[in-house]
Design a protein around this ligand. Structure first.
Ligand SMILES: [Cu+2]
Length: 510
């Protein structure tokens, strides 16, 4: 799951322009190959960092840790996963997260995620300064099916046989011997009745076994159909004068299927889709675009003049349920655009970032400098990664950064083989829109689209979105741990003096 597959699909020739169209797609829930949730934020007066480790099965036990980031004492930390759909059963009382031995600032608990889909995990901190709650959206997705191990199967079958034989013996004895006085042998009539009862009992138990098997196969099939399925999308390029238009079409039947019941999309940072283009293998060209919807399955953006080559496409969307998804596709750009008017003012791209790079210090397009303060320690897999960055103006002073789509900064992380793609912010890997759906959901929002409409109105009317951040001092940090070892590239995007700036860095994760 989460791997790019290299299958080529159709090659078409549209309007005489020899543009290659290539498709393939897969998806995973939000992010690719990076299933855990990282969150940094405030629970009232208490700054906290929350990590939720995805169990990979549903129902499953997710591990949650809550770290207090300031030396304020907590009396108690409570965690409660709430399923997005208000029509499901009311949530149980919250669980108490227990202090992790040896670390006075860390609390841990196990969370039962019972259904596939989107959860809002309420993290409540009670302490001397009162009570505060943070909401962390978490996706419960089944990515694997646990196999029944042979020895366990054999042992269970043996136990079942013993139970079955016992049950039939009891039935026979009950009919044949239970009313016979002690010491007397049952007469022939009773013996026959006992035998008949045993046969009837065996038939009933047989029916129960067959029925049980059918029921179980049904449950298993339902589980497998609910496995985090790839949603198919196709990327196509077409010429429009000197410009190129990138079209992403979601052509998966599950997208429109009544049974999957996807809720409508909601805008995240004011955009329905965030699309990232990364030049395959060399990773030396990168674009962050915001395609506009033509209809519910087709999105288009004008392609910046990125150099020719094969590109990986990652498209992030968020559903009204708070479920965030990343679709993956490929596109071949063989006739690059020679002109570009961005379809959206937040679109940005860079190329050639492999040149002139001086390790952890890069010069940005406006002459300012971005420094990765990564320290000297090696970066280890599944350990907190030192993703701290400092932006300084050309005069050397810390740069004044403006929010870029409501965030102090955006970090896009990919493994060189494409097996990992994550898009995060100083608030972590969570989607801000997913968080907003939980914070803004009202009891009346049982009609599909009602909440999405309100969110869209808020986005267009410029109402401040929850979690809008600024980094006045020019520093940024992103809570994250790399999910597997390997070579990674990280793009950091910030906005300074109205201009979107992108810095690229390389990391080797051990
Ligand atoms: Cu972002």
């Amino acid at each position: 799951m989460g791997k790019l597959d290299g299958t080529r699909a159709a090659v078409t020739n549209r309007l005489g322009h020899a543009l290659l169209v290539v498709a393939t797609a897969l998806v995973a829930s939000a992010h690719v190959g990076s299933p855990d949730t990282y969150f940094e934020g405030a629970a009232g007066p208490y700054p906290i960092r929350v990590i939720v480790r995805n169990p990979g099965v549903v129902p499953g036990l997710a591990e949650i840790t809550v770290r207090m980031l300031a030396p304020r004492r907590a009396h108690r930390v409570l965690v409660l996963p709430v399923y997005w759909d208000p029509r499901t059963a009311a949530p149980p009382p919250p669980d108490v997260a227990h202090p992790v031995p040896g670390d006075s600032t860390l609390y841990g608990a196990a969370l039962w995620l019972m259904r596939s889909g989107s959860y809002g995990v309420q993290v409540t901190v009670e302490g001397a300064e009162g009570t505060g709650t943070a909401l962390v959206p978490v996706q419960a997705v089944a990515t694997r099916r646990l196999e029944l191990q042979k020895p366990l199967g054999i042992a269970l079958a043996g136990l079942a046989a013993v139970l079955l034989a016992g049950a039939l013996t009891i039935v026979r004895a009950a009919v044949e011997e239970s009313v016979v006085p002690p010491g007397e042998a049952p007469d022939r009539q009773r013996t026959v009745r006992g035998r008949i009862a045993m046969v009837v009992g065996a038939m009933l138990l047989g029916v129960a076994l067959v029925g049980g098997r059918a029921w179980w196969n049904h449950v298993d099939a339902a589980y497998q159909s609910g496995l985090d399925q790839p949603v198919h999308a196709t990327a196509a390029l077409r010429a429009a004068g000197a410009e190129r238009v990138l079209r992403l079409a979601i052509d998966d039947t599950s997208w429109t299927s009544r049974t999957r019941q996807w809720t409508p999309l909601v805008p995240d940072h004011g955009h329905l889709m965030h699309l990232f283009l990364i030049r395959d293998s060399s990773l030396d060209a990168f674009a962050h675009l915001h395609p506009l919807p033509l209809d519910s399955v087709t999105f288009e953006a004008r392609l910046p003049p990125v150099p020719p080559g094969r590109y990986r496409i990652y498209a992030d969307v968020v559903h009204e349920s708070g479920f965030a998804q990343t679709m993956v596709a490929m596109a071949d750009v063989d006739a690059p655009a020679t002109a570009w008017r961005a379809s959206d003012p937040d679109d940005a791209w860079i190329s050639g970032n492999g040149k002139g790079k001086t390790g952890n210090v890069v010069t940005l397009a406006d002459g300012s400098t971005m420094t990765w303060e990564r320290g000297d320690a090696p970066i280890l897999v599944e350990r907190e990664a030192p993703l701290r960055f400092l932006v300084t103006a050309p005069d050397g002073a810390p740069a004044t950064l403006e929010p870029y789509m409501g965030m102090a900064g955006h970090a896009m992380i990919t493994r060189d083989d494409g097996a990992v793609f994550a898009h995060l912010h100083p608030a972590g890997t969570i989607s801000m829109a997913a968080q907003a759906t939980f914070l803004l959901r009202q009891p009346g929002d049982t009609v599909r689209g009602a909440l999405g409409r309100r969110l869209a109105e808020m986005a267009t009317s410029g109402t401040a979105m929850a979690g809008t951040q600024t980094a006045a001092t020019g520093t940024l940090s992103f809570p994250y741990a790399f999910p597997k070892p390997g070579r990674y590239r990280i793009w950091i995007q910030v906005k300074r003096a109205g201009r979107i700036l992108t810095g690229a860095f390389d990391a080797i994760v051990l």
